[in-house]
Structures are given as C-alpha cells and as structure tokens.
Ligand binder design. Structure first.
Ligand code: ADP
Ligand code: ZN
Length: 515
C-alpha cells in the first residue's frame, strides 16, 4: 500500500484538493488493501476519486464500467486535462481509434480505461496482455432489477469477478436501498464487499407534499416568488410534459418539454439552455436529469407521484447541489397511485414494485417527519425531526404512542421478524385465522394485547413506526417486518414514541382523494 504522504501528494497534484471528504480516505485505503467495496454516496459526494486516485498509484490499468456513453468523452477529457492517462472505448469509435487504444494499453500508457458494459467484449482480445489492477463499476444500481434504473447489459458484469478473482472491485452508486445493495453485491460476486454508506441527508432541500388538485394553478402560484429560479417539473407521461410546458409558456415562463420522444437536436437544445440559464423550467419525464450537472436548480416539482422512493430521492436531489436552500414539492393523488399500480402489475417482479409503490404512497400520506422516512429508507436513522418539511412545519396532534410501539415491536421480536404487517396486526388483535393458527401464534405472550385498537388504526400506527425508523419492511422477503437499531431503544431503553392522533389520518385521506 502506498504511504499516506504519497496519497496526499497525489490528491493535491492531480486533483488539486488538500484533504479528503468523509469516507473517501477509508474507501481508498480499503481499495489498496485489495478488498471489494460498495460505495453509496449521493451525487456530488465525490465518488470518482475513490477509484481515480488508486488508479494512479496501482501498477496496472483500472477499468471503469459506466453506462453513460455520452459522458465518457467529457470524463476522459477532464482527466487528460489534469494529466491523468485515460481513454475510453465504445462502439462510436472507428477501428483505427480502437487499435490506437489497444496499442497504448499494451504500452502501459493508460491508467484509466472507461468502457460501457455493452462494449466489454472488445477487450477480450487484449485481456490476457494487460494487467488490470482495479475494476470500478459506476452507477452500479443499474445491475439490479430491484433498483430503479435496470440495464440488462449490466447483468453480465458478474463474470468480471470470476475472470479476475484477485482484482478488487469497487462498485459505486448514488441510489440503492438495503435490498438493492445486497443484490448488487450478489450479482457482482462480491458478497464480502465492504459497504460504505455516506450520509444522504440534504438539509437544504425543503420537502413538501400537497394534494394533487388544481395542480397547474398551484404551480403558477408556487412560481410567483421564483420568477427567475431554475426548476424541473417531473411528470409521468410525455403528454403531460408538453401540456404543462405550453401552459407555462402561455403564462410567460421560459419552459420546455423534455422526454425520450423528443428528437435529439431539441433535447440538446433544452439541456444546454437549462444548464446555461436561458431556459428556466424543464417539464420532463424521468428521462431528464441523469448526467446533468447544474448546481443552481432551485426547485423540483413532482406533478405525479413517482413510482418509488429511490427515484423520487434522486430526482429531488437534482435541486440545490450548491447547498443553497431549495424547494421540492410533490403532488399526491390517488389517481396516480392507481395508474402506477397498473404499471407495476405489468412489470417483472411486480410484488417488489408494488411494495415500493406502497412505501412511496405512505411517504406522501405521512404524518411523520418526511426526511426521517427518506433517510430511514436508505438505512440512515436520525432521531431528531428535520424542521424543514411540511409535517415538521405544521405538525399533527400527537399522542404518546410508547405503549402501542412496545406492543408492536415486541410482537415482531417474538415472531422472529418472520411476518408482514397484516399477520402482526392479526396477532396483536387476537385474530382466529389460519395465518395465526398455522404457526401457533395464539400461544404468544403478545397475542391479543392490542384488541382495543381497530385493525385499520393498527395499520396506520405501524406505518408510522416504519416511517419513524422503528421498523422496516424487507421487500425481498415477502415484506416481512424487521426490527431496526432504533427498535431496541423503545423495547429496552425506555425511549418515548410519538404517534399522530387517529383523527389526523382522516384529514390526509380526505385531502388526497379530491381530484
Ligand atoms: P459523484 O461522482 O459522487 O457525483 P464527483 O466525484 O463527480 O461526485 O465529485 C463531485 C465534486 O466534488 C467534483 O466537483 C469534485 O471535483 C469535488 N470533490 C471530490 N472530492 C473532493 C475533495 N476531497 N475535496 C474537494 N472537492 C472534491
Ligand atoms: Zn421534517
């Protein structure tokens, strides 16, 4: 392993930085130790250095697998400008260009080689002639059908570890929940990878959810005090992006539509215009955003409910990269939920998709601090409410829910975390059905201790416990309820739990049914 002084020197000389950001140092040390690593860090967190710096000091080539062919050239040009020997290979190059790169590789003139997963076969010819010191897999969530941006070409990447068993792999992504993380490691054959989880908290983003009625009027009203601020409005359908951009143009806003059906030229025009602040608002499907580096996006609106929290968090994360206060607004309507359920039913692994949609809906319906929900979804448990979401700013009436929480959590403990919400409630309420009798849950000490609370109310309370991070849902184990590190504080350390008063649920329900 190179000594600390050389590492610091390289950081300064090639990247111009005086010090590492949180986690970068640990990750780099682990790479040099030869471990496999999985890095989960928000966009802009500084993932690139975690493989670029080791690449400079390792003896051979670092392969960088990246799905963004369009960005490869820019990335490589950026590295070359810093004096780093980098190249890329993709299908857009001529044979001569490719030959040139092969030659450089065998002359050991390249330290970082960027390649799309589809193009890996190009390397077969020279794999035996070059030394590969590190394999970096960017946007690693694309390998998982459980993630939100599955790319079939990624699934073949598992073979890299078999082909190069001694070469460390570093997989990086800005978005992966716990189950997706596991899936990434399984599929890449790096089950012993060290996981590095950076904080996902983006305190400068305010979070707000509103019922989705009269959305256009609400948007125009929302924009009144933001006459020049850049923003993105995410819509579910191409048609909506066009309808909306037209309405906003009629109001005098500089707004454009962007979706996968827009021709290439117009798309570049919109992207460039947005980046250069000549276009203020982009009404877009989720096709817009990946790879767009704009730090002063001041707001993001979701015209429709996103299909899961990963996508939502990534999309709102495009606001406020400069760390200045920025607003996000999500419109919630049951019509969207119904539409998304239809899509989920058509998708592969529909149960997982439906469960994730359910979490999204629970987020939108939530009576707990929304940031707590988002962060706990990614495995980050915070105890304090954030103060910068609509629930915190306008809190519901709370009751002391400590005993309710203790009853639910001790039931989950006694059934060894083996059941989904419905069965847990059945046990709490002393139900006499097969779900209970088949496993003899009627003999549990907690059987029937929650009779006094109606089934639906238990459901609401348990969702709140999940939202607050006291329980979590294992999507890939039939939605079984699992304990978290916060659970034991309630069970054994006397932590008090606040739950929203039942009357608050009704308010939320009524508001969002309005169309
Ligand atoms: P990611 O790939 O996680 O989105 P990047 O690797 O592109 O993030 O880094 C985001 C920004 O942070 C870049 O402008 C990069 O130059 C900067 N950066 C990364 N590491 C450091 C550091 N240790 N000190 C200062 N700036 C850094
Ligand atoms: Zn909050």
């Amino acid at each position: 392993m190179p000594d600390q002084q050389l590492i610091s020197h390289t950081l300064k000389e090639y990247f111009g930085y005086d010090s590492f950001r949180p986690l970068q140092q640990d990750i780099i040390t682990s790479v040099f130790a030869g471990d496999d690593n999985l890095v989960i860090m928000p966009t802009g967190g500084g993932k690139s250095i975690c493989y670029q710096l080791p690449a400079l000091l390792l003896p051979g080539v670092t392969l960088v697998i990246s799905p963004l062919i369009a960005l490869m050239k820019d990335q490589v040009d950026g590295l070359l400008a810093n004096g780093i020997k980098a190249a890329f290979i993709n299908s857009s190059q001529t044979e001569t260009e490719q030959q040139d790169i092969y030659q450089k590789l065998s002359d050991k003139e390249i330290k970082l080689l960027y390649i799309a997963p589809e193009s890996l076969s190009f390397l077969d010819v020279i794999f035996s002639q070059i030394e590969i010191s590190l394999i970096a897999i960017d946007e690693a969530h694309c390998i998982s059908a459980w993630g939100h941006d599955f790319r079939p070409a990624y699934t073949q990447l598992g073979y890299l570890k078999n082909r190069f068993p001694k070469t460390p792999v570093i997989a990086l992504t800005a978005t992966a929940d716990k189950a997706t993380r596991q899936d990434i490691c399984d599929q890449l054959n790096i089950s012993n990878a060290k996981q590095h989880l950076a904080s996902f908290d983006r305190k400068n983003l305010s979070l707000e959810v509103r019922p989705g009625n009269k959305r256009i009027e609400q948007i125009i009203d929302f924009l009144k005090d933001k006459p020049n601020d850049s923003g993105i409005i995410y819509c579910l359908s191409r048609k909506t992006t066009e309808m909306l951009s037209e309405k906003l143009q009629n109001q005098g806003y500089n707004a454009e539509a962007y979706h996968a059906g827009v021709d290439h030229q117009k798309r570049s025009y919109v992207q460039e215009g947005f980046i250069n602040d000549t276009i203020q608002i982009v009404c877009a499907t989720i096709a817009f955003g990946m790879g767009i580096d704009k730090s002063n996006v001041r707001w993001v609106i979701h015209y429709n409910l996103p299909k899961n929290i990963e996508g939502y968090y990534q999309e709102i994360g495009r606001a406020g990269r400069d760390n200045l206060p920025s607003s996000t607004l999500l419109f919630h309507s049951y019509a969207d939920v119904v539409q998304l359920q239809k899509f989920a039913n058509m998708a592969g692994n529909q149960e997982v998709q439906l469960a994730k949609l359910d979490r999204m809906k629970q987020y939108a319906d939530s009576l707990s601090c929304r940031r707590k929900i988002l962060l706990s979804y990614f495995g980050e448990l915070i105890e304090e409410n954030c103060g910068n979401c609509d629930v915190c700013k306008n809190p519901p009436t709370f009751i002391d829910g400590t005993i309710i929480a203790q009853k639910a959590l001790s039931t989950v403990t006694r059934i060894k975390e083996q059941e989904p919400i419905g069965t847990v409630i059945d046990i709490l309420r002393g139900a006499q059905n097969t779900a209970v009798y088949d496993k003899e849950y009627q003999n549990l000490k907690t059987y029937g201790i929650g009779k006094d609370i109606a089934w639906r109310d238990w459901q609401q309370y348990i969702i709140q416990l999940i939202n607050q991070g006291y329980l979590e849902i294992a999507f890939h184990q039939n939605n079984k309820l699992k304990l978290t590190s916060l659970s034991k504080k309630v069970l054994f350390e006397g932590e008090k739990v606040s739950l929203a008063h039942l009357k608050e649920f009704e308010k939320v329900k009524q508001a969002t049914v309005v169309k």
